[in-house]
Design a protein around this ligand. Structure first.
Ligand code: DP6
Length: 329
């Protein structure tokens, strides 16, 4: 019996990952840059043993169906291949999210699975190797290996595509991210499907790719300079550009709902009134707001006029993945 355990925190991209050069290996079209958060995380235990003749996957204590289990199994196949093992595993994951509002994240989930499974089979991976492995489960998961800021360097092969930590002299501790959980979600298009459709069909996709390098340079400089305004401006611009590409896809689509627009407009108004804050969005209608921690309370008060307190979730910078080996698990 070989067991491993990991806890990984989710991350939100400030400069987005949007599009794959290689779908099987999950090599992205562009670098991305993220902030790991403390408020959402996944804890996963993996036990490989001869006692089970198939992989079993429990999420929040519920045994999952064959579709969800197949995804986990495919990922475990990569770990088994690296370790030279043919044992099946029981995987038990818990998602820790502050509300039941559907904020579960594939980034924390796949990072925790990578950490726990590789520890169970004693692969002794470096952060870089663990990032590469997590990437194979879900691209954004490769950034959740690190606390604070991380950049996924796209590379051009399995060996060269992984995330690294961005030194920041603790700038991340000056930041907060407030989630506005909106309730009028439309039909889901997964990030995987949405980005692929965009790469293949969007008239705006080339424009997206052309501007990412300068946005990344601005974000890196803003982190070095601890310049909140510069970081906020480029964060919002990157999100708007990414979402712009979906409107020019065939068929066109958007992740924005009426409530998302309401939140974005309110954030612009609050900013104009003198409180610096900037939004970002991912492959869903929720809006995330970057604000200086010293202004977190003031922003929450301003948001409470228009949104229910239960729709607002506060997060701060989170730590790196924690992996426990067999003996400690
Ligand atoms: C919009 O990492 O979920 O959140 O690699 O196909 O699993 P796959 O996609 P995923 O995509 C995340 C897209 C995004 C932007 C980002 O996190 O950078």
């Amino acid at each position: 019996m070989y067991s491993g355990k990991a806890r990984a925190y989710t991350n939100i991209a400030l400069i987005k990952y949007w599009g794959k050069e290689n779908q099987e290996l999950i090599i992205p079209m562009n670098n991305s840059l993220s902030l790991t958060l403390d408020a959402f995380y996944t804890e996963t235990n993996v036990t490989f043993s001869e006692d089970t003749s198939e992989d079993l996957f429990y999420l929040d204590n519920q045994l999952q169906d064959s579709k969800a289990t197949l995804k986990v199994s495919r990922f475990l196949d990569l770990v088994r291949a690296k370790a030279g093992s043919s044992l099946h595993a029981v995987v038990k994951s818990q998602n820790f999210v502050p509300t039941a509002a559907g904020l579960a994240s594939s980034a924390s989930g796949l990072a925790a699975l990578a950490g726990a499974a590789s520890a169970a089979l004693n692969l002794q991976l470096s952060s870089e190797e663990l990032s590469r492995l997590a990437r194979r489960g879900s691209g954004s998961a490769c950034r959740s290996i690190y606390g604070g800021f991380a950049e996924w360097q796209k590379g051009d092969s399995d060996e060269t595509s992984y995330a690294v930590n961005i030194p920041s002299d603790s700038f991340e501790d000056e930041l907060s991210m407030i989630f506005v959980v909106v309730n009028d979600a439309q039909k889901d298009i997964s990030s995987r499907d949405g980005m692929q459709r965009t790469v293949e069909t969007s008239a705006f996709y080339d424009g997206w790719l052309q501007t990412v390098p300068q946005d990344l340079a601005k974000a890196r400089k803003a982190i070095t300079d601890k310049d909140f305004t510069a970081l906020g401006e480029v964060t919002e611009a990157s999100a708007l550009k990414m979402h712009g590409t979906t409107l020019a896809a065939t068929p066109p689509f958007t992740y924005w709902s009426a409530e998302s627009m309401k939140a974005m407009n309110l954030i612009r108004q609050i900013r104009t009134s003198g409180l610096p804050c900037y939004f970002t969005m991912d492959a869903g209608p929720n809006v995330k707001i970057l604000v200086e921690r010293k202004n977190e309370e003031a922003l929450l008060n301003a948001l409470k006029d228009q949104f229910d307190p239960q729709q607002l979730v506060v997060a701060h910078a989170g730590p790196a993945i924690e992996v426990l080996s067999e003996e400690e698990a």
